[in-house]
Design a protein. Structure first.
Length: 150
């Protein structure tokens, strides 16, 4: 847990968060690795995890009817993956696939939701931080739609 807390405290998403919160959050995080081309999340699946990307590249997008994956945004270290865990109905809106070997910290989103409900200050902090990433995803999608196909 101490190692996770140390890594979490240095991640930009949690920058400036009270040390007590970092300690509580670290209790429900685990290190995980994903191989290249492995899915971290699947569209419409239960959003029960939240990821801090530590190493590697993750493509966020969707699979077409033909099974081809179309990326909307590429995430790298110091990014996060997943904001649907906080917003009902707690279902993923995109797929996310490892483009390289990826190392992450995975948090139990059900625990995080409970903590955010119990402590409105923490909930507000998480929402403010997630809003930044939601905006990035929307802008990336807008750019994707505005760019003519090659």
């Amino acid at each position: 847990m101490e190692e996770i807390q140390k890594v979490v405290s240095k991640h930009p998403f949690f920058e400036g968060l009270d040390e007590w919160y970092l300690e509580q959050l670290a209790r429900y995080g685990t290190f995980a690795e994903y191989a290249s081309n492995e899915f971290l999340i699947r569209e419409c699946g239960e959003a029960d995890q939240f990821f801090l990307i530590l190493e590697g590249k993750v493509a966020v997008g969707f699979e077409s009817d033909g099974g081809n994956f179309s990326a909307v945004q590429e995430l790298t270290e110091k990014d996060i993956l997943g904001w649907s865990w906080l917003i009902p109905p707690h279902r993923w809106h995109f797929d996310a696939m490892a483009k390289t070997e990826v190392k992450v910290i995975v948090f139990d989103a059900k625990y995080l939701r409970t903590k955010c409900e119990e402590d409105p200050k923490l909930g507000y902090e998480m929402l403010k931080r997630l809003t930044h990433f939601i905006t990035q995803r929307l802008l990336a999608t807008r750019l994707q739609l505005a760019t003519p196909p090659v």
